[in-house]
Ligand binder design. Structure first.
Ligand SMILES: Nc1ncnc2c1ncn2[C@@H]1O[C@H](COP(=O)(O)OP(=O)(O)OP(=O)(O)O)[C@@H](O)[C@H]1O
Length: 224
């Protein structure tokens, strides 16, 4: 479960002036296994909400509870374990350029200490699932934008996270690739993962049913 209770977020101002609030009085609860769209124009606060959902930030006010862990009282040393339960699809991919497609997807499993025999099976299955069989040894720059995007999803889900958050996961893709990416996220959701997708696109939510949280200037303006 993801629960925001009266959350405010103000980024520290590097020049020491009063920081402006990016999120204000934001409250909502996302049940396990749900699919949610976070919508709103540029600057509305979508990425800020997602950063809180990745335990990358703590709120300035209010409480964010992720998978049973309240961020306000979580100890710093407990955050890495929490983050390992959360898959993240970044807008700008963040694939490791010197590693092959295979090694990019295998990396989170290796960091988690999973046995190589399990890694071999899981990575092969996922790369097949995203349509990259035969391209396992290519580095990211040798893949198309859509293939790189699907690779970032494979990397985010290979550890079977309870929560998957994706920031504008289709912004660089053509319509066909975008459909395929949403289908992958929907399939993860069908398998039980709680999925949250942020986008400023007005068309994308029409491609998959889900709750729609609309932000404007850091506030929740509609929920349905
Ligand atoms: N690191 C930061 N430091 C200071 N202010 C920030 C920082 N990141 C975002 N902001 C501000 O917080 C507000 C919300 O930004 P955020 O990136 O969450 O919006 P967004 O809805 O994701 O926008 P976009 O669709 O353009 O990515 C904006 O006013 C932005 O300028």
């Amino acid at each position: 479960m993801v629960r925001f209770t009266r959350v405010a977020l103000a980024y520290p101002d590097p020049r020491g002036r009063a920081a402006s609030e990016s999120l204000r009085d934001l409250s909502f609860t996302l049940g396990d296994g749900t699919f949610t769209w976070i919508l709103g124009p540029s600057g509305a606060g979508k990425t800020s909400v997602l950063r809180l959902m990745q335990a990358a930030l703590r709120p300035t006010e209010g409480e964010v509870e992720l998978l049973g862990v309240p961020l306000s009282s979580a100890r710093r040393r407990d955050l890495p374990a929490l983050r390992r339960r959360i898959g993240v699809v970044h807008q700008e991919f963040r694939l490791l350029s010197h590693l092959s497609a295979w090694d990019n997807v295998a990396l989170p499993l290796r960091l988690a200490g999973v046995a190589e025999s399990t890694i071999r099976n899981d990575v092969a299955e996922l790369l097949g699932w995203i349509g990259l069989e035969g391209k396992e040894e290519r580095r990211p720059e040798e893949l198309s934008g859509g293939e790189q995007q699907r690779l970032t999803i494979a990397r985010a889900v290979v550890t079977r996270p309870a929560l998957l958050v994706a920031d504008e996961p289709t912004s660089e893709l053509d319509a066909r690739q975008a459909r395929r990416t949403i289908a992958l996220l929907a399939e993860m959701n069908r398998q039980g993962t709680t999925v949250v997708v942020a986008t400023h696109s007005e068309d994308l939510p029409g491609r998959h049913p889900g709750r729609m949280l609309m932000l404007e200037a850091g506030r929740l303006v509609s929920d349905g």
